[in-house]
Design a protein. Structure first.
Length: 286
């Protein structure tokens, strides 16, 4: 059995704190963990909808012999600051903060950056800034930060249209962000520094990948005849051309990060257990 996660506040710049959950590997692997993962959560309310699945996935990976650190980014969850005060640069700094914490707890183990939705964009950008080998676990990566931002702004548009307004609203929000003014969307105050940073984020592979790097790319679909989208195939091809061919699997399951009710995706957990849970698969993944 794996122990309950260690919940603590990690000191950050300016006297702030970041809420963290550290999942130690199962007892049989504590002397020599198979690897360590830093989990980077989705954007805005997708984070809240994903908490159940994130907890189950962390538990599955810990049981498989991996150490996992979850961190609530600045302005998110129970970490310091308001969502509207956060910037993309703040979140990249939090990645470095989380990595330092994870390294202190698990010094010698292969490193994975694990992103879910917007967390994939953050993990990819952080990887490009690292001076060390790292692996990527990408779960439901968006096509681009620009598209994800557009989808988020449409939440405000849909709400206003339902009340008989909304005409020209998208242009107004874009103009406000360009002027350096925040906008309110679905109960979140979105700062220009966060919006513009997200919009510029892509899944571009690092220019000079280390030979030990690996990429696992998992997506869910509710269709029994699901196929990869052309956009996903093109993105995966870019990683292959960069020397990082992803291990990509399209799995059956609900979009738990956006469903009205909290849902689970057993196929995703099974894939993590299969890819990371036995010695041979773990060696290939690491």
């Amino acid at each position: 059995m794996t122990p309950s996660p260690d919940i603590f506040f990690l000191p950050a710049a300016g006297g702030e704190q970041r809420l963290c959950l550290f999942h130690a590997p199962a007892a049989a692997f504590q002397a020599a963990p198979r690897g360590k993962l830093l989990y980077l959560h989705p954007f805005a309310d997708e984070m809240n909808k994903s908490r159940r699945m994130a907890a189950l996935a962390c538990r599955a990976l810990a049981e498989a012999g991996y150490a996992v650190l979850q961190i609530d980014l600045r302005g998110c969850g129970d970490s310091s600051a308001d969502f509207g005060d956060a910037s993309w640069a703040d979140w990249l700094a939090d990645v470095r903060l989380g990595l330092d914490c994870l390294d202190a707890r698990v010094p010698d183990a292969p490193l994975w950056l694990w992103g879910l939705r917007a967390g994939c964009l953050l993990a990819t950008e952080a990887l490009r800034q690292l001076d060390r080998p790292a692996r990527l676990l990408l779960v439901q990566p968006p096509a681009s930060g620009k598209l994800l931002l557009q989808q988020f702004l449409r939440l405000r548009l849909a709400a206003d249209l339902a009340e008989g307004g909304g005409k020209g609203l998208m242009a107004e929000m874009r103009a406000a962000l360009s002027r350096g003014e925040p906008v309110e969307v679905a109960g979140y105050r979105l700062s220009p520094a966060l919006a513009l940073g997200l919009e510029a984020a892509t899944l571009t592979p690092p220019p000079q990948p280390q030979p030990a790097d690996r990429v696992v790319w998992l997506e869910l679909s509710t269709s029994p005849e699901a196929q990869w989208t052309p956009v996903a195939l093109q993105a995966q091809q870019r990683w292959r051309e960069a020397g990082l061919p992803p291990t990509a699997e399209l799995l059956p399951g609900p979009p738990f990060w956006q469903t009205a009710e909290i849902e689970e995706a057993p196929a995703l957990l099974a894939a993590l257990q299969r890819l990371f849970g036995n010695a041979d698969a773990a060696r290939k993944a690491a």
